[in-house]
Design a binder for this molecule. Structure first.
Ligand code: CU
Length: 337
C-alpha cells in the first residue's frame, strides 16, 4: 500500500516541461514505451517470484531428490531469465530505429538546426538547405511539430550533451565533430532541455527552452525580422555622452560599455560573437541559459554579478557601472522583440 502511494507521489511529478514519462516527441515516446514495458514485465516477474517464495515457505521439508528442486532451479534460474532477457533485447533492438535516428539516413531535405554547446550556454542557428544562417539565437530552440528536424550538434570547448527529455535525445556534443540527431515533436508546447554531460562549474545551469509550434507558426517566427534599431548617430566610444534624437539610451550604453564586442544584436553595430546573440532577447523566457526568469531586475543583477549567479560564467561582471546605466541597458534588452 505504502509502495503504491509512494510510487503515485513520485510519478505525479513526472509531467510538465521536462519529463521523459510525459512524452511530446516520437523519440521520447519510444523511450517511455520501453520504460513502461520494463516496469510491467518487472512487476509480473516480481509477483511470480514473491508468490513462489511464499508457496515454498509453506512446503514440508523433504529430501531434495523428492521435491524436483533441481528442475525448479533449471527452469526458474536459467531457462526463464534467458527467455525474458532475449525477449527484452529483441524488443529494445526493434525500438532502436526510433531512438537511434541515424538509422533513418542522413536527413536530406529536413530542416536543419545547428546547436553549438559552449561553457555554459547554447548557440542556436537555423540553417537553410545550403547551410546559410537564416536566424541565430541562444538558449532557446524553436521547432515545428509533426515533422522530423535535423539537429547538428557541435561543441566549442568541452563535451556537452543535448537532451530534451520530453521530446528526445540525448546526444553528446563533441568538440571538432558534428553529431546528427533527428527529433520530431508531436504536440505544441514549451519544454525544457538540459546539458546532460558534466562540463564544468556551471553545468547544472546550462538549460534551454524549447518551443514546439505548428509548422506555419514556426515559419512565421523564422521569417520574422526582429526589431531593427536605427543605427545612425551612435558613437560607441566610452566618454562620449549618449546621443539623443531617437536613439535608445540603453543601446548607447550597451555599445559604449563594450557589450557589443561579445554580443550581437541585429540591426545595430553590436556584432560580437563570443557570447549569446541578443537579437529579440526580450522574447526569451530566461536569462543565462535557464538560470533566471527574464525580468529587467534579474537582467540587471546578472549584468552586474554574473559570476555570483552562475559560477564560472564566461562573462565579466559590470558591478562598476552606475546602477542607472545597468537598468537602462536591462530595460532596453527586455524591450527587444
Ligand atoms: Cu554543458
Amino acid at each position: 500500500m505504502l509502495a503504491v502511494l509512494l510510487t503515485g507521489l513520485l510519478l505525479s511529478s513526472c509531467t510538465g516541461v521536462q519529463s521523459a514519462l510525459d512524452p511530446a516527441g516520437s523519440e521520447a515516446e519510444a523511450v517511455a514505451t520501453l520504460f513502461w514495458a520494463m516496469v510491467a514485465g518487472g512487476g509480473v516477474i516480481w509477483l511470480i517470484v514473491v508468490g513462489a517464495v511464499i508457496y515454498a515457505s509453506h512446503l514440508k521439508k523433504k529430501p531434495m531428490s523428492e521435491t524436483g528442486a533441481s528442475r525448479v532451479i533449471f527452469f526458474g534460474g536459467v531457462a526463464f531469465p534467458v527467455v525474458v532477457l532475449a525477449f527484452l533485447l529483441a524488443y529494445a533492438v526493434w525500438l532502436m530505429p526510433a531512438m537511434r535516428p541515424w538509422f533513418g539516413g542522413e536527413g536530406e531535405g529536413l530542416r536543419r538546426i545547428e546547436v553549438t554547446a559552449e561553457q555554459y550556454w547554447w548557440r542556436v542557428r537555423y540553417l537553410d538547405s545550403n547551410g546559410g544562417v537564416i536566424r541565430e539565437t541562444a538558449n532557446e530552440v524553436h521547432m515545428p511539430t509533426g515533422e522530423r528536424v535535423l539537429f547538428m550538434l557541435k561543441a566549442k570547448d568541452v563535451i556537452h550533451s543535448f537532451w530534451i527529455p520530453s521530446i528526445g535525445g540525448k546526444m553528446d556534443a563533441i568538440p571538432g565533430r558534428t553529431n546528427m540527431l533527428q527529433l520530431q515533436a508531436t504536440r505544441p508546447g514549451t519544454y525544457r532541455g538540459v546539458c546532460a554531460e558534466f562540463c564544468g562549474t556551471a553545468h547544472a545551469l546550462m538549460a534551454f527552452s524549447v518551443q514546439a509550434m505548428e509548422p506555419q507558426a514556426f515559419d512565421a517566427w523564422l521569417a520574422a525580422r526582429p526589431q531593427e534599431t536605427p543605427v545612425a548617430g551612435i558613437e560607441p566610444v566610452v566618454g562620449i555622452e549618449p546621443v539623443s534624437g531617437g536613439q535608445p539610451r540603453g543601446l548607447n550604453l550597451f555599445l559604449r560599455h563594450g557589450c557589443g564586442s561579445c554580443h550581437a544584436i541585429s540591426g545595430t553595430p553590436a556584432d560580437g560573437a563570443l557570447g549569446p546573440n541578443l537579437t529579440a532577447f526580450g522574447a526569451r523566457p530566461t536569462v543565462a541559459a535557464g538560470t533566471l526568469t527574464n525580468t529587467p531586475e534579474n537582467l540587471a543583477r546578472f549584468i552586474q554579478y554574473p559570476d555570483a549567479i552562475k559560477p564560472g560564467v564566461r562573462m565579466p561582471g559590470f558591478a562598476m557601472l552606475p546602477a542607472a546605466d545597468v537598468s537602462a541597458i536591462a530595460l532596453y534588452l527586455k524591450g527587444l522583440e
